[in-house]
Design a protein around this ligand. Structure first.
Ligand SMILES: Cc1ncc(COP(=O)(O)O)c(C=O)c1O
Length: 416
């Protein structure tokens, strides 16, 4: 059942104590000395309570009211549709947000990398599904070490050879590792072919002494950004059919299909139509971005407004002395160079590009809603949220214009 996010629950779930700033216990964060942690705590406290417009820029902000409504909308919808959410932490890389997702009804979180999974566990997240395969001996060993400490760690496999390697490593580590078979939706990026090959792999996993089969996953990344709800629905359901058949065959063969995970933000209200699917691995819905905005929703063909634009980059104008343009302090290192370019919040007739490393460029059209002066600040909706979040150490949680909380993006840079 969906829980609404009262302020008390919000602070409790995200890890806040009496003070409304969430600071990890020093022992939890490897690599920082106690002195560094104390300094960081002081810095964080100095920023809590100030206006976001007074923050040093470029910085990353999340509107907490919007974030909470996004969490609520997702959870309400999946619950109504008889499935669960298992949000992907690759989007936010932030344990505090993972905690909020779990507190509001998600059954676990996903990670893309073993280092992300390790960080989430270090910060107390215990239900972690790693959706990418680990194929090298070192990473397999790391996965088994994590499994040893974390009962809720499950990982993907898509070849028989990998299953054998995992089983051998599991035995060596003295654990039985939980496994899902990753089924290719047809794009051939990852996963094993649905039907016979996937069933055979599931049967092999089921017989391996070091492994325990938990089900399957099938994520169709290409379906998520298909423009237009009807086309997206057709593509997503067609691509999931073979995985659904595989799941049915696995069930008939007596195999565990307790997890049949798929889908993302673009198909969260579509995937439940696939028989047997248990949960969606939604990521971007917490923040949203310009790429998702453009795909169109069920009730609004032009703008995808199922979820609110919660994430922004704040930037300051550094130079305004040339006609038709201005320069800000947020370039590619603050926004990436993904497209479409970031959108300037609340303005019209102004384009923003972030092609140069350190500088963003504003260009005014004839009907620009305003002209900026040096020192002015503006807010940007980012192109694609995941890679932008990965550029920042911390996320400012803002209510109205006031900084309420400062969350470490502890998984930032964890790309291994
Ligand atoms: C395997 C997997 N699952 C889920 C997601 C989440 O997708 P979205 O951000 O579109 O919700 C991604 C994103 O790339 C992914 O790679």
């Amino acid at each position: 059942m969906t829980q609404s996010l009262s302020r008390r629950l919000f602070l409790h779930a995200a890890g806040a104590g009496a003070a409304s700033v969430w600071i990890p216990r020093p022992g939890n964060v490897k690599g920082y000395t106690a002195a560094e942690m104390r300094q960081r705590a002081v810095n964080d406290r100095l920023e809590v309570g100030i206006s976001k417009w007074d923050l040093d820029t470029p910085c990353l902000c999340v509107d907490l009211d919007r974030l909470e409504r996004n969490l609520d909308r997702m959870q309400t919808t999946v619950t109504r549709n008889g499935i669960a959410s298992r949000p992907h932490a690759k989007t936010h890389k932030c344990p505090a947000i993972a905690r909020l997702q779990l507190a509001t009804g998600s059954v676990g979180i996903c990670t893309a990398k073993i280092s992300e999974a390790e960080v989430m566990f270090e910060y107390g997240i215990e239900q972690v599904l790693m959706t990418t395969v680990n194929v090298t001996p070192r990473k397999i060993r790391r996965a088994m070490l994590l499994r040893k400490r974390c009962d809720g760690f499950t990982q993907a496999v898509d070849t028989a050879a990998n299953a054998r390697d995992l089983s051998a490593a599991a035995k060596e580590a003295g654990v039985v590792a939980d496994i899902v078979v990753d089924v290719d939706p047809g794009g051939h990026r990852t996963g094993i072919t649905a039907g016979g090959p996937a069933l055979e792999l599931a049967q092999l996993v089921d017989t391996m002494p070091g492994l325990r089969l938990r089900g399957l996953l099938c994520y169709d990344g290409g379906a998520q950004h298909v423009t237009g709800f009807d086309d997206r629905r057709r593509r997503a359901l067609t691509r999931l059919e073979a995985a659904a058949d595989t799941a049915a065959q696995m069930t008939r063969a007596g195999l565990d299909t307790g997890i049949f995970s798929g889908g993302g933000t673009g198909t969260y209200n579509i995937d439940h139509e696939t028989p047997g699917l248990t949960d969606v691995q939604v990521g971007s819905y917490v923040f949203m971005d310009a790429q998702y905005r453009a795909i169109g929703g069920k009730d609004s063909p032009d703008v995808y407004n199922d979820f609110e634009m919660a994430l922004t980059v704040l930037t300051t104008v550094l130079n305004a002395q040339y006609a038709g343009r201005a320069t800000t302090d947020a370039g590619a290192k603050a926004n990436t160079i993904n497209r479409p370019w970031p959108i300037v919040v609340g303005e019209t007739g102004i384009t923003f590009t972030s092609g140069s490393d350190e500088f963003g460029t504003i260009r005014y059209e004839a009907d620009a809603s305003r002209v900026y002066a040096v020192g002015d600040k503006l807010e940007l909706i980012v192109s694609h949220c995941d890679p932008v979040v990965n550029l920042y150490d911390q996320l400012y949680g803002v209510r109205g214009d006031v900084v309420e909380v400062v969350w470490p993006i502890a998984g930032r840079g964890k790309s291994i």
